[in-house]
Design a protein around this ligand. Structure first.
Ligand SMILES: Cc1ncc(COP(=O)(O)O)c(C=O)c1O
Length: 459
């Protein structure tokens, strides 16, 4: 049995239990994985609905143009629907969006206009203003306006809400989703609360956005609106789709916590999701930690991780933002670079050296272990604790040969080996590993180097 069109494959996404990031949580946490949509995001649903309703209302006719302000995913959905139905697309996208998202829109035939992020919404250069102007200027243009078009939340009321209700057999107790245009959360909340008013709905907001304050006080505080990095959630305007009465609580999640949780979802659950999915799960776990085994939390994951490869899935970028956890993403090369060396190169002894030479080297360079190397071959390791043991027993042993007292050679790792793997290899008895460099050269990483890097990385 085949599908007559890709459009039939929009929606009906799976609901998957989270098993790893939920350690210590008694409630069941289920993820509604929206990257299974053909355009790899939740926005396919609203794109189809807004276009179909515009066709029905006569706002979009054959040969027409769809003009939209989009953070990328709605554009993707609209471009896909437009490609199949034969419309032209023109999108405005803020310049903080991932390069990949913009290229993907162009791949589907859309024309993309990149606008500055850090201007007020009413500024004529903002992505809202540019889209509005183009919609007026281009003949036959339809401006879906996902912020104020109520078919946005209607799409979720008609499809995502019922899917979640059926997939949990009506047992859902809490629903968590990010808030951008708020179509997702409000449409789903409306459906679920109609079925069971006791269901709690929790919105995820960013620092720098107005939702939480508006929910708690009814006020918008311009001092709390500032640029942030997470894509797709948080707003500096009040979208027409927002109905705050449907939302019980709003949690703000930092850019960093959202990014780190997205990476954990990829690594430990196999869910390669976007940044705002990490934010949503971070908030869902805050909620779930307070709940009992009877509770079922559903969290919606809006899009796929491939669009964020140059950002949250890029270690260099993550480090440049100060987002990376100390050890988990560090590799041995990072430690070598940050080492505070007193030696000109790697200090070593040969098997035939007397122990006294080792003592002298350790004192001169303030080091606690010496690899025993001769002509590029590793014979063993001499440690400070071993030397103390031997010389306490017999002070005259200082003239004995190193080979008599050295311990076995340390393990060999590469500059690219992750630090968290190496830290598990190091013990009091074997406090160092050797690092194999290019051109037959060696370096050493010790327990104290790792300790030093932990303190550095946290500063
Ligand atoms: C990646 C991502 N996450 C979350 C959202 C928020 O969904 P909604 O706009 O329905 O509130 C969006 C919407 O743009 C998005 O693109």
């Amino acid at each position: 049995m085949w599908s007559k069109s890709l459009l039939e494959l929009i929606g009906h996404t799976p609901l998957v239990q989270l098993n790893a990031v939920t350690r210590g949580v008694s409630a069941t946490v289920l993820a509604k994985v929206e990257y299974f949509n053909p355009g790899h995001s939740v926005k396919d649903r609203i794109a189809l609905k807004m276009v179909e309703e515009a066709e029905r209302a006569g706002l979009l006719r054959p040969g027409g143009t769809i003009v939209e302000a989009t953070s990328g995913n709605t554009g993707m959905g609209l471009a896909l629907v437009a490609a199949i139905k034969g419309y032209r697309c023109v999108f405005t996208v803020p310049d903080k969006q991932s390069r990949e998202k913009i290229d993907a829109l162009r791949a589907l035939g859309a024309e993309v206009i990149v606008t500055p992020t850090n201007v007020a919404p009413e500024d004529p250069r903002s992505y809202y203003s540019v889209a509005k102007r183009l919609a007026q200027e281009i003949p036959g243009a339809f401006y879906p306006n996902q912020y104020d078009n109520l078919n946005n939340r209607q799409a979720h009321y008609e499809t995502t809400g019922p899917e979640i209700w059926e997939q949990t057999e009506g047992r859902i107790t809490h629903f968590v989703a990010g808030m951008g245009t708020t179509g997702t959360i409000c449409g789903i909340a409306q459906y679920l609360k109609e079925r069971n008013p006791a269901i709690q709905v929790i919105g995820i907001d960013t620092y720098g956005s107005l939702f939480q304050k508006l929910h708690e006080t009814g006020q918008i505080d311009p001092r709390e609106i500032y640029p942030y990095l997470t894509e797709g959630i948080g707003e500096d305007i009040v979208p027409g789709n927002l109905d705050l009465s449907l939302i019980d609580k709003i949690i703000k999640v930092t850019d960093r916590n959202g990014a780190l949780m997205a990476r954990k979802l990829a690594r430990y659950e196999g869910l390669f999701v976007g940044w705002s999915s990490g934010s949503a799960v971070w908030g869902a776990l805050e909620v779930a930690r307070e709940l009992s085994p009877k509770d079922i939390v559903v969290v919606l994951l809006p899009d796929h991780g491939i669009r964020y490869l140059n950002k949250i899935y890029n270690d260099t970028w993550m480090r440049s933002q100060g987002f990376l956890e100390a050890t988990s993403e560090l590799v041995i090369n990072d430690i070598l670079r940050s080492k505070n060396r007193k030696t000109p190169g790697l200090a070593t002894v040969s098997p035939q050296d007397p122990l006294m030479r080792a003592v002298e080297l350790m004192q001169r360079y303030e080091i606690s272990q010496l690899p025993v190397i001769e002509e590029g071959r590793i014979y063993g390791l001499l440690t400070e604790s071993r030397l103390i043991e031997v010389l306490m027993d017999d002070p005259l042993a200082k003239d004995q040969l190193v080979q008599k007292y050295m311990i076995e050679p340390p393990a060999i790792v590469l500059p690219t080996t992750p630090v968290d793997i190496v830290s598990k290899m190091l013990t009091r008895e074997m406090p160092a590993v050797l690092v194999q460099l290019d051109h037959g050269e060696w370096d050493i990483v010790t327990r104290s180097d790792i300790l030093h890097s932990l303190v550095e990385a946290r500063m």
